[in-house]
Design a protein around this ligand. Sequence first.
Ligand SMILES: [Zn+2]
Length: 229
Amino acid sequence: MSWTANNLTGIAGIAHGFLGIDEALPPGTLFCNQKHTADVLDAAAAAASCAVGDGVFTGEKTPVAVLTADCLPVLIASRDGQHVAAVHGGWKGLQAGILDNALARFDQAGVDRGQLRIAIGPSIKPCCYEVSAEFASLWPDCNPPWQHTRPAPTRPNALPQPPAMNEDGLWFDLAAYAGLLLAHQDIDAQQVEVSDICTCCHTQALGSYRRRTHWPAARTQQFSWIARV
Ligand SMILES: [Zn+2]
């Protein structure tokens, strides 16, 4: 099972997919040795063995990918289909500026930011992403991407949700946090498509670290890829 985003499907010359745990990448796909960094490598650098980074950018016809469990798989393409990037958006990388760095790659290639289309694939949603008050204190923001009441799953949930850990837990929206960061970088909300699928409670076809902490699973990660074709 895999998923696609409408805003990328609509771009001629681009192929992409948010894969389930049992789906294979296209042959020759490049991805980095991910370490929750803010580094977005050019595909040529990513091709080096064990190159550390959390995003790959390219103008070549080489598929690029990221591996995620509950973090955001962020796929970016220029509307002319000439440049693409795959970015791993965990909270550490987001906070460290990985989206800024990805956008800078497109800037350097001469792509106007208004010409970008960004798709955030299946990731953990606030229905299942409880964080501590200490964690939330990392964002002294007047408009924080979390809420005090646990929201219902975004889709009818086939899987049980993790039990709440705290009576006063906070429910974090990682994609909303990415949206705030993108807005600060002059990306209009209409340029961004966000999947409503929760990796934790929607389907066993997607891996989830958070789900694994409650219910053991053999595989917990999946790839998301994008390519010029
Ligand atoms: Zn959920």
